[in-house]
Design a protein around this ligand. Sequence first.
Ligand SMILES: [Zn+2]
Length: 344
Amino acid sequence: MKIRISQIIRMVLTMVWVFLTVIGWLYPFSVEQVQADDQTPPSTEEFLEPVFPMTTVEPDQELEGQTPLYNVPLALNPHDHFYFARPIAFDSNTAPSRDFGYGFYYPEETEVHTGVDIGSPMYKPVLAAGDGQVVFTGFGLMNGGGDINDPYGLAILIRHSFSYEDKTIYTVYAHLDSSEVEKGQIVKMGEEIGKIGLTGNTSGPHVHFEVRIEDSKGGRVQNPELWMAPPVGSGVLAGSLKSTFGYFLSAQKLWLKSLDTGFKYEITTYAPVKHIYADDYFKENFVIGDIPGGEYEISMIYKNKWFRYNLTIAPGTVNFVSFEGMNGFKTGLTSTTNEEDFLQ
Ligand SMILES: [Zn+2]
């Protein structure tokens, strides 16, 4: 009798094993990524009036071999807010480094990158990204007291003469060799305020550029790539990458490949931090700026499976894509993003 029961149990277990194996086989195929044809842009349930009048998309000037930047302010869509020019002269490289973007972090350190780094030769001019007033210049932006070892090095903080949804906007320019402005000075967009240097926590000459909302101390930084007008013909891609259960995927690698040129961007989503680091509307956890308009394939690996999705980058605006675990990619904003999603 005992032998029979154990045989039955073994048979049942075998059947369960076979059943699970078959399900396991079928499952990955059943969730194969669907190329959705839904290309609807983010919902525009309310038109938020920018402080600026809408601008026409006209390049400032034509320089040989250089793609000019769109004039600011630029807001082709209600939630765009390209209010800033680049902090570097137009005839230089003005693209932020992709190797250490906004929201990146070194796992062995606790510091998250709160701005973008734009590489430049030493002593090149650093320019005010918008009209405003200098509220700080010198060492000690983070630590105070003129600390010569401050991570920002010699830095400038500008409070701008315009706002966004009644919120004050500040920009930071760090690691300078010299500052050419004084506290209280009024500056115009494009005005030289200092020179590129190597002060503070930096491994090479560049300007660290930061956008701070409301809080001059940086409690509500945002991704500058959502605030600086792109080069003419280029757009910006913002995205939110979440697990199947709606949690943000931090430090997740993804790729964006041009279907026209084959050029490939590699990007990592933001470090595990709270939503103060994301845009109020997009609630993104990655941004790629300066992307020439056209057709692209976005891809990533999630749970050992490749997900691929085709999308269009429209120039002069923020394009948006979301990923929700086994549901894959889709364009348009998700409706379920809330504060709890950011708590990890
Ligand atoms: Zn930096």
